[in-house]
Write a protein of this length. Sequence first.
Length: 307
Amino acid sequence: MAKYNQVFIIGAPRSGTTFLASLLDKTVYGKPVETHFITKYYKKLDSYGDISRFENFQFLVEDILKERPVQQWSLSLNVDNFYRSLPQGFDYKDVVNHILSLQKKDGNSTAWGDKTPHYIGDLDILLTLFPSARYIHIVRDGRDVALSLLEKNWGPNSVYECARYWARLNQNIDLIHKMKESGQLYNLTYEGLLDETKSHIRSIYDFLGEQVLEEDVDALSVSVKSKNYGKWKLKMSERDIQTFDAVAGNDLRRLGYEVMYPDAKISSYEKIIYFLHAKFSRAYFLFYINIIDGFKIRFLGKPPFNE
């Protein structure tokens, strides 16, 4: 069976994972894509039973193919032929490798990359499945992340919820440090990537064991949004900055970011209001995405994963 190589870009949503992925275009991995299904179905494997049995395998693969990110790849996959092509004793990672190899469509299918942001919370699962993979970890100032998240209908709906979300996704620091020390992980900040784009490109390609021409370094870095950070200082209200610092100030400091209000607090009453607002907003979003958006995708030809 073919030997596969993987690279995972990990970082909280809106932390620059898409820009970072574009810089890998000249590698054997190509631009990493968002899969969203890998850890989701790993957690649900027991519900499918023994996937070496065809009927269980078929249920699993058909469910994966229904996922919106996977639908957009328009894969040509015959489940029966897929099953027969796998070696005796195959497991879930073999299923993932095969599906991602088909997604590439470029004849270089044994290497693929992923940039699903929320996988940073499932880093232990990725390491279990792909212990030899390479990982690139990117961090961005949480307050700039919050400004970007609030523009998206799928994200947290208040600065308070953004701060909680960002802090939670940046808690796995011990494992990340261990991976960095072992040489399996490359760590950088979004701000540093914008300031030293060419230097990071060279270092990342070296980390991946890839060659890169200077003309390609120039071409890859041409789209960089120079100084595209620190916007929170101009766009966030004083109260919002206090709220973020109250929730995630310790995490900001730990990651090397300044904290404006180290003694900021949030009352129990405010937490209740934020909680209720988040519950209502999430319920509305799920109704929209599953009912209204689902109708548009099924009957009106809307692309399944274009937002």
